[in-house]
Design a protein around this ligand. Sequence first.
Ligand code: SAM
Length: 354
Amino acid sequence: MSICTRLLLLCRPGFEKECAGEIIDAANAAGFPAYIQTNDNSGYVLLIGTSEQDTSELFKLLQFGDLIFTRQWFSVLPKLDNLPEKNRIDPLMTAIKKLKTSFHDSHFNYADTNEGKSLSRFCKQFKPHLLTALKKQQLLSAHASQRLHILFLDSQNAYVGTAPVENSASNPMGIPRLRMPSSAPSRSTLKLEEAIHWFVPDEQQYFKAGMSAVDLGAAPGGWTWQLTKRGLLVSAIDNGPMDEDLMRDGMVEHYRTDAFKFMPDKPVDWLVCDMVERPHLVTQLIIGWFKRKQCKNAIFNLKLPMKKRLKTVQECKALIEQELANSNVSCTIRMKQLYHDREEITACILTAKL
Ligand SMILES: C[S@@+](CC[C@H](N)C(=O)[O-])C[C@H]1O[C@@H](n2cnc3c(N)ncnc32)[C@H](O)[C@@H]1O
């Protein structure tokens, strides 16, 4: 492959510093000195190797799933400027051929900004033309391990690059298309649905009818709805009112009490928590449940402070890892700023298969 000296990472606009800080730390720790180019609220970050190294090397050194603030990543050639309106295909194809590989498929990307989103129609209309050109040049193959990525900054400026299918987001731009269920009590329901898709490797194993769950800060019940939909019996903890329809099917017990004081009668399969609270407090609360063996798995949100957001997340993750290791709790801990997360990230702790 041609040398791609830049790695392009997509993130939630406003979180470029966190995305940049995280990838620089990871690249340096893997022995890949690099620096960052980014603009606030642009929705993407460029990592550039200091000694003209090929950033595709990073796909062998790092796991996409370990990055919390990155939605998608791909290594790119230098930016293509001034693509001619009447013939964008030729310069794009010349660049694509420089990648010297064939592709399993292609993703057209744009930043998750107002300016970026205005390119959605253009990308949709342009994609078939490029696919035709790729097919003609026999650059598409079901057996290929790489995915072609094009990021349009506007209709004339674009980055062309590639990433391994197996070590990058499968959804275009890392954004899952989830439909808001009409009977769910709140839009927050999509956060838990996305979290389950992202974190839980074998949903059927981890969510079985008749399992038990506690939902801390449950009202009006969007997260509880996701759990009951999967057949779980839920203790919903909140002083606020739960959705009446959700309470009708008898799968939910509502406790009007403080989530920091609630104790279950017996251990539960799942603990979920979506309270607007300080992240370190929520972290300690969740650690307590695992230490006392009151839950087997957990999904929870950490609302981020205005400043030192990456540091806060790293501290909370380290605390969970340390405390659970000290208590001999064998588990996997993963965190991600999901598409449906705003000023927050979602964490998941899974112990051995149930
Ligand atoms: C963001 S909302 C939860 C939304 C819910 N996950 C859903 O999908 O509908 C946060 C909830 O946490 C509750 N909450 C905050 N602090 C709490 C506490 N200490 N004990 C119990 N509930 C609490 C609030 O009353 C609020 O209903």
